[in-house]
Design a protein around this ligand. Structure first.
Ligand SMILES: Nc1ncnc2c1ncn2[C@@H]1O[C@H](COP(=O)(O)OP(=O)(O)OP(=O)(O)O)[C@@H](O)[C@H]1O
Length: 569
């Protein structure tokens, strides 16, 4: 069995920005402009403290001109800073939103084209959480915190430059009293942040996955009485999620210690600065500059410490999203060689040779299956439940790639055909036809040929389904949430219509096992006759009536071809 590529529960968070670089590159100009404007905004903010210091010294020395110049500069700075702050915020939000939008599009596109084996190896809720939850968390970070992150970092660096420029002794006192204890508090936070936030994200993903499955199997749970047991399981997972969330909050609270350290540092600054000023080593204005600049220092440090939690959440989300992108890139079918389908005939023989296949739990489902379906063949595949019929149908359509052996159409390996070429050759109508919420027409649009209404009406006529569609309410009839207003047989009729619109050389129909009323069954059979005039028809047959109508039948037993027989007309 080929090893399936799996998502990592706790993907590596190191160098996450470097790994995200290819996704940032297309937006680099906008990002750089936004960051430069953000830096100018911070520089303007930091310049306020020295200007107030200047004004204080001018006042102290009764220098009216100096006072007026400093006051004028302060007013000008306030106006410039207002403009910079607003445009910086807008530019950064716009650039960040564009990055998030392209990540969202990429992950959805990758998932949509991911092989079935990859999708089946993961719980739907987990994939949903990565493509919606993590992207939403990133978008929220960009909208609310990215600008603060840039401005707090820049303000911190610029303020340190100002402090050292004015008095390295005072700056040192400030740094020694404030920075080491504050860093220790931060370190304490960071030590457990990754595990706490990662644990929270994983627990939430599990709850989301189980919740999604609850909706999918609600009917079975209610009818079979499994609801209490299922709810107990959900309760356990929910409790784990709550514990993980509490732990994340406790870890986040550790950074509140920084406020206490700030107070101590300000007292130290006033005492030491006042002593130096009284000795005439520095001016009063310098002490004022320091007090104001220290506020900038503390504020930006506190902003950064508040942001650490959000940065960590965004980092975890980004790592999980990059893991999804990397995994889906790895399983992406290789692009077919140029011209590989150019010589491929429209009709041809579908053949599988020595095919083996197994799911990820290690069981071999198909062994050494070799079958040939010449163009125009009409054949049924029968076998007991679990004998591998559905698996074979997915292999014949290229939805699964065999672990060993080949499946070819007119001599071309299905793996080497593009999705569009493949769907023009082989189409599967599965046992359970998936539908989207909306109208019949909306559901028929889901084929590669992008059919218009005239094409849909033509297909309905060709399959003799006019009465059925009229009774339903026409192409604009609503089918309910994911098609729940239609019976399993009617959903298969929609599947057949889709297949007719795709116009494939080979149609593989996995007959619905759910009870189909005789009228719908007759409609399906009639429609099938309408479809299969000049194309190959392979039916995974469950109904005796269907088997009787087919000229030959292949029997599968425990994943092997156990017999071929001619029957029917
Ligand atoms: N997605 C999957 N993951 C793991 N095992 C699977 C998966 N799908 C099918 N199987 C297993 O593969 C085996 C063959 O299943 P398959 O659905 O192909 O049989 P089948 O002959 O079509 O059965 P039925 O007539 O009930 O539809 C079964 O043992 C089944 O449990």
């Amino acid at each position: 069995m080929a090893e399936p590529v799996l998502l990592d529960d706790r993907p590596d968070e190191r160098h996450v920005l470097r790994r995200a670089a290819p996704h940032l590159r297309p937006h680099r100009r906008a990002l750089i402009t936004a960051v430069v404007v953000g830096l100018a905004d911070s520089a303007a903010l930091v310049a306020v403290a020295p200007l107030v210091g200047r004004a204080t010294d001018a006042l102290d020395h009764h220098d009216r001109t100096g006072l007026l110049v400093a006051a004028g500069a302060l007013v000008a700075l306030a106006v410039v800073q207002l403009g910079l702050a607003r445009s910086g915020e807008l530019l950064l939000a716009k650039a960040g939103e564009n990055v998030v939008r392209s990540l969202r599009e990429r992950s959805v596109a990758n998932l949509a084209s991911a092989p079935l084996r990859f999708l089946e190896s993961h719980r739907t809720g987990e994939l949903l959480r990565r493509t919606t939850g993590e992207v939403a968390a990133l978008a929220a970070f960009v909208r609310m915190h990215l600008r603060n992150l840039v401005s707090a970092t820049a303000t911190l660096v610029f303020t340190l430059c100002v402090l050292f420029f004015y008095s390295w002794q005072l700056a040192l006192v400030q740094l020694v009293v404030f920075v080491p204890p504050a860093l220790l508090a931060m370190r304490w936070f960071q030590r457990d942040a990754s595990a706490a936030f990662g644990g929270k994200a994983t627990a939430e993903a599990t709850v989301a996955a189980t919740f999604t499955e609850t909706l999918a199997v609600r009917e079975a749970l209610q009818t079979a009485g499994g609801l209490p047991g299922w709810m107990r399981r959900f309760g356990r997972e929910n409790a784990v999620a709550v514990t993980a969330a509490r732990r994340a909050v406790r870890v986040e609270n550790r950074i509140d210690l920084v406020s206490l350290i700030e107070g101590v540092a300000l007292v130290a600054l006033l005492l030491f600065g006042g002593w130096q000023a009284s000795r005439g080593d520095i001016s009063i204005g310098t002490v004022v500059t320091f007090v104001l600049a220290s506020r900038n220092l503390f504020d930006s440090f506190s902003d950064l410490s508040q942001l650490v939690g959000h940065v960590q959440t965004a980092r975890t989300g980004l790592a999980r999203l990059l893991d999804l992108l990397a995994a889906t890139e790895r399983v992406k079918p290789a692009a077919p060689a140029a011209g590989s389908a150019a010589d491929l005939p429209v009709r041809g023989e579908l053949r599988c040779e020595g095919v083996e296949y197994g799911y990820q739990d290690g069981t071999r489902v198909l062994s050494d299956v070799s079958l040939a379906f010449p163009a125009g063949d009409r054949v049924g595949v029968v076998g007991e439940t679990g004998s591998g019929k559905t698996t074979l149908s997915k292999l014949l359509c290229g939805l699964y790639a065999p672990d060993r052996g080949t499946v070819t159409f007119a001599g071309a390996d299905l793996r080497e055909l593009s999705e569009a070429e493949l769907r023009r050759r082989v189409v599967l109508v599965p046992q359970e036809v998936r539908m989207v919420t909306g109208t019949v027409a909306r559901n028929l649009e889901l084929v590669h040929s992008a059919p218009d209404r005239a094409a849909m009406e033509r297909a309905v006529r060709e399959l003799g389904l006019e009465d059925w569609l009229r009774d339903l309410g026409g192409l604009d009839a609503e089918v309910g949430v994911r098609g729940e207003r239609l019976s399993a047989g009617e959903r298969q009729i929609v599947g057949l219509l889709r297949a007719a619109l795709a116009d494939p050389a080979v149609l593989v129909l996995d007959e619905a096992t759910a009870d189909i009323d005789p009228v719908t069954a007759a409609r399906l059979e009639h429609a099938l006759d309408g479809m299969s005039e000049d194309r190959t028809l392979i039916v995974i047959a469950h109904r005796p009536a269907t088997i009787a109508r087919l000229p030959r039948v292949i029997r599968l037993e425990q994943g092997r071809v156990a017999g071929r027989m001619a029957c029917g007309s």
